[in-house]
Design a protein around this ligand. Structure first.
Ligand code: SF4
Ligand code: SF4
Length: 698
């Protein structure tokens, strides 16, 4: 094997360019035709897909906070951070290898196309083979050719052999992988032919091409034969590039074009905040936006989302609806909406929106939009940041505010709305009883203690549900022991509106939220703690949409701080194995994972065991998104799936920090006749381990 090390060697050769490297008239014409046809067809394919975006709903906030957007683009788009999630490390790495190769080879692609016009020795400025940059680039190029081949081979193995459940095994996917491999092989063929032609066998400067050129020499192949193979490789390579480009908009690989834009335009505010609707009751009701009725009322970002779906299926792995066989997956909904959007593009562009069918139930079934627990797993998992929950809630909004009298609308939700409207609680229990739970517990109201530091926003569950009243009593014991200066609103408290919002009744949400904010204002509330993650999320993340911001804590954060400050010292042993269930609205929505675990670890004797699906990958209890109030008619029961996992850890106590989770887990234990396992709130464990010395501080 011959090594020619000096970089200047090839450059010296190039000063006497062989005739075969010169641009011929035929080459120029062939490249012009290939490029012209390829780009024209591409423009035609993109035209309809992009133009229709301009006709969809606008969201001004997508063009705000550019600094944060660029940061996320670098981290998650170019940096591919989500791709290499530990749970999906190998496919993630394979994707990064292909993505990185495409980034590096994009420069090579431009060079190759221009070679068609200017000859095979053409190079971009600063990237000549006699420059450090240019020779470095050629080595890097060869390296990424290998990573792309390795990555695509791994994906071919996944698609054709391993076939993981989450992945769609489509002919298109396999074909594209072979096309990418074709690009790499033709690149090697071209470069090796060129190197053999000029007698350069440097594997140091051309690790892959040089190796193949050496092989040609070893086999005694003539330079004219290998150069002819190289030229054929060159033209096939250029053809594949343009063919590939035109395939992209037609299938799931559209994400190659739209993915980075989708990452850039992701929402940068809290994922716990749904979109705001300006409801103007004075305005013409037909002009008021009541949620998504037809496809043209989707936002352009919702459409871009559907274009960007890679069909990787990561969103399905812990989706409670997919796992329990309900008719909803993030991936499936993307495909349905995308197809309908493309089918409707002509109608939308011609302004005949009234001819479009209602999305629900004609395109998306009613069961699909009501199945979602808004657990957020799909959005957490999606590598291109496709937003599922806001569009589902937008579809629910139209059903809840305009179509709630149809048979498709879940009647349980109608009862909940009635309870919220009439008594400000979903059970429709008497509003005047809202403070009754606290009367015998020596809990101060805002009237008793107007100089409180913290307002305890109790919430409907703790005020009315017998099991939750016990959790509230435990929380009271803990904060009393710590000597916290707090108060409750008692009968002046109203529902904060979270349930109404998640079920799509935005009008009711806004009314309840405003009432709550007015009451907070009346008592000059600044700091709030809640017993329920849903109350916590809505007050913390959504009330700012109504111009009201507060310092909000969930009890797990507050109690953890009291423990840290040694204002309480759990010292009664709890010699049991406990597993902790992360609620979606504390965990994925608000990143509170560690505080509840610290609370548990503070209890002497308690051993904590994790379920396989925990923290970010936690599995929903089935109650979020208003599902707490709806019957589960289709598929398996989500709560039982979770309880099974908890019981399999061997724990005798399942701890949570959410009224809905606790209810669902208790129901699951009962439905499955499981004995000897308790379901508790974490604050109950802390309260039970406080001895008299602690509680005497109160
Ligand atoms: S939010 Fe949760 S339940 Fe809804 S589609 Fe996503 S993963 Fe499934
Ligand atoms: S929605 Fe996201 S996670 Fe789900 S298949 Fe599409 S790209 Fe993958």
């Amino acid at each position: 094997m011959t090594l020619h090390l000096p970089i200047s060697w090839l450059a010296a050769k190039m000063t006497t360019t062989p005739d075969v490297f010169k641009a011929t008239q035929e080459n120029k014409i062939a490249m012009a035709i290939l490029l012209g046809v390829g780009l024209l067809v591409f423009a035609a394919l993109m035209w309809k897909r992009m133009l229709v975006l301009l006709k969809l709903r606008h969201e001004p906030f997508r063009f705000e906070e550019f600094g944060e957007r660029f940061k996320r683009l670098l981290l998650f788009g170019l940096g591919q951070k989500r791709m290499v999630d530990p749970e999906e490390f190998k496919p993630g790495l394979a994707h990064v290898m292909i993505f990185g190769a495409f980034m590096v080879l994009s420069i090579r692609t431009v060079t190759l196309v221009l070679m068609g016009f200017f000859g095979f020795t053409f190079h971009l400025p600063l990237l000549g083979p006699d420059t450090i940059l240019g020779s470095g680039y050629l080595v890097l190029k060869d390296f990424v050719v290998l990573t792309a081949l390795a990555g695509t081979t791994y994906f071919l193995y996944l698609r054709l052999v391993a076939k993981p459940e989450r992945m769609s095994v489509s002919g298109e996917g396999v074909f594209i992988l072979f096309l990418i491999q074709g690009l790499m092989y033709t690149e090697i063929l071209f470069e090796a032919g060129l190197l053999h032609q000029v007698g350069n066998y440097s594997v140091l400067h051309h690790p892959v091409g040089g190796l193949v050129a050496n092989l040609y020499a070893t086999l005694g192949l003539s330079t004219s034969t290998t150069w002819m193979m190289g030229v054929v490789g060159f033209w096939i390579h250029c053809f594949i590039i343009l063919f590939f480009l035109n395939l992209l908009p037609l299938g799931k690989h559209f994400h190659v074009i739209t993915g980075l834009f989708n990452v850039f335009f992701q929402r940068v505010h809290s994922v716990g905040q749904l979109s705001w609707i300006d409801i103007d009751m004075e305005a013409d009701m037909d002009k008021q936006f009541w949620g998504i009725e037809k496809i043209h009322q989707m936002t352009w970002k919702m459409a871009l989302d559907t274009y960007s779906c890679t069909e990787c299926g990561r969103c399905q792995t812990h989706c409670p609806t997919y796992i329990t066989d309900k008719p909803l997956t993030h991936k499936g909904l993307n495909l349905t909406i995308k197809q309908h959007l493309l089918d409707s593009a002509g109608t939308i562009m011609s302004g005949k929106e009234e001819e479009l069918p209602d999305l629900v139930p004609n395109v998306v079934s009613s069961e699909t939009i009501w199945a979602c627990t808004t657990c957020g797993w799909c959005e957490t998992a999606c590598p291109v940041f496709i937003e599922q929950v806001p569009r589902i809630v937008d579809m629910r909004r139209y059903q809840a505010m305009v179509k709630s009298d149809t048979s498709d609308f879940p009647q349980e939700a109608v009862n909940v709305f009635r309870g919220l409207e009439e008594q400000s609680n979903p059970w429709n229990l008497s509003r005047s009883d809202r403070g009754a739970w606290a009367e015998e517990l020596n809990i101060p109201t805002v009237k008793d203690n107007p100089d409180f530091d913290y307002l305890w926003y109790v919430g409907c569950a703790a005020a009315y549900d017998d099991r939750q009243k016990k959790v509230a009593a435990a929380l009271a014991k803990v904060i009393n022991a710590a000597g916290l200066n707090y108060a409750i609103l008692a009968t002046e408290e109203s529902c904060n509106g979270d349930t109404a919002r998640r079920l799509g009744n935005e009008y009711l949400f806004q009314a309840l939220a405003q009432e709550t904010i007015d009451t907070f204002g009346k008592y000059k509330v600044r700091k709030i703690f809640t017993q329920c993650p849903h109350c916590f999320n809505v007050i913390k993340n959504e009330y700012p949409q109504l111009g009201a911001s507060f310092e909000v804590y969930h009890h797990s954060e507050l109690v953890q701080q009291l423990l840290y400050d040694e204002r309480i010292k759990p010292n009664k042993e709890f010699d049991k194995l406990v597993t902790y269930h992360d609620s979606c609205y504390m965990g994925r929505y608000n990143d509170v994972y560690e505080e509840p675990r610290r609370m548990l670890r503070s209890v002497p004797g308690l051993s904590l065991v994790e379920m396989p699906r925990n923290e970010r990958q936690s599995f929903c209890c089935g109650a979020g998104g208003g599902r707490m109030w709806l019957e589960e008619h289709i598929g398996g029961r989500i709560n039982q799936e979770r309880v099974k996992e908890a019981v399999e850890t061997g724990a005798s106590t399942i701890a949570s920090n959410c009224p809905f989770c606790l209810t669902m887990i208790r129901d699951g234990l009962g439905e499955m006749d499981i004995e000897g396992v308790d379901a508790v709130d974490i604050v109950e464990l802390v309260a039970n381990s406080l001895d008299d010395e602690n509680t005497s501080q109160s």
